[in-house]
Design a protein. Structure first.
Length: 304
């Protein structure tokens, strides 16, 4: 008996990388899987290749599992609905939505175009809303369900040249927490996972300096399939009491991230003026200001 026997999962962006690993692991645990992949380039353009989803479906079926491919876009409201409908029509229910689909348009903020920003927000943030919302009526009716959304340390901590991606990924954290709060009454849970993995999503990182080269060599050690066991555990009944949390997975390491809470306070009986704030508050808070860290500045040790 697998941890996901009799359950049905939708995994977006499941043709390659992390999504492929998650789809295969869910199927190995007994779930029927809707394998969604648009078959596009990293920047979101049509590559004319819809085969990655079909290949994963064939892998699952070859191992005795159940799966069906879907090639709709998460950025399209009707397409997201069609993915969920595929689960209902093929397998009779839906129990888990894994929002993994993504794209990149990395560029420094002062050079970023509206199209660069909108394209990334549309897939990551709006796409996560679209698929989650499409599944919500079914989750509500059956009084169960699990959402697992992929976030990133680019949003949780920071990285250069990714204002669009960071905004989307941190937005997903807020979306997940709101879903967890709104859907708790229906026994539905929602969590986010920051995956550390070498995939085509980060294959475009520059290697022009020795520091960049060392970083990329370290990233190449991060296996995308290592994310999958945690996602399966989180989606299964074993994760039924886990909701509203932010996790990270890096090879054999699992992280629980903190969430924003007040850490210092300043008050006055006389009311604040701009001058009194400048005189008192900034210096009082300065020791607790967060530096402009990037993800690599925080995760400085080799993956386990």
């Amino acid at each position: 008996m697998g941890m996901m026997d009799g359950e049905v999962a939708l995994v977006t962006g499941a043709g390659r990388g992390v999504g492929r690993g998650v789809a295969l692991a869910l199927a190995a645990a007994g779930a029927a899987v809707v394998v969604n992949d648009l078959g596009v380039s990293l920047t979101g353009e049509d590559s004319g290749d819809a085969s990655p989803a079909e290949q994963v479906v064939q892998e699952i079926r070859g191992l005795g599992g159940r799966a069906v491919a879907n090639h709709d876009s998460v950025a399209d409201w009707l397409g997201a609905g069609a993915m969920v409908k595929a689960a209902i029509n093929e397998f009779g229910r839906i129990d888990t939505v894994v929002n993994n689909a993504g794209n990149l348009r990395d560029v420094y903020f002062h050079k970023m175009s509206p199209d660069d920003f909108d394209a990334v927000i549309a897939v990551h943030l709006k796409g996560s809303f679209n698929t989650s919302r499409a599944a919500a009526p079914y989750f509500r009716e059956q009084a169960s369900g699990a959402y697992i959304h992929m976030t990133s340390t680019s949003g949780l901590i920071g990285n250069f040249g990714q204002a669009n991606y960071a905004a989307a990924k941190l937005g997903i954290v807020g979306l997940s927490k709101s879903i967890a709060l709104d859907m708790q009454r229906f026994n539905v849970r929602s969590n986010t996972v920051a995956p550390f993995a070498w995939t085509r999503m980060i294959d475009s990182i520059p290697t022009e300096t020795p520091e960049q080269q060392r970083r990329v060599e370290g990233l190449k050690k991060l296996v995308p399939e290592k994310i999958a066991p945690f996602v399966v555990a989180l989606a299964s009944d074993a994760g039924a009491k886990v909701t509203g949390q932010i996790f990270g997975v890096r090879n054999n390491e699992i992280f629980l991230f903190s969430q924003p809470r007040p850490i210092r306070t300043a008050h006055t009986a006389d009311g604040w003026t701009p001058e009194s704030i400048a005189d008192r508050v900034f210096d009082q808070f300065a020791n607790d200001f967060y530096p402009l860290h990037r993800s690599a500045d925080v995760f400085t040790w080799d993956p386990a």
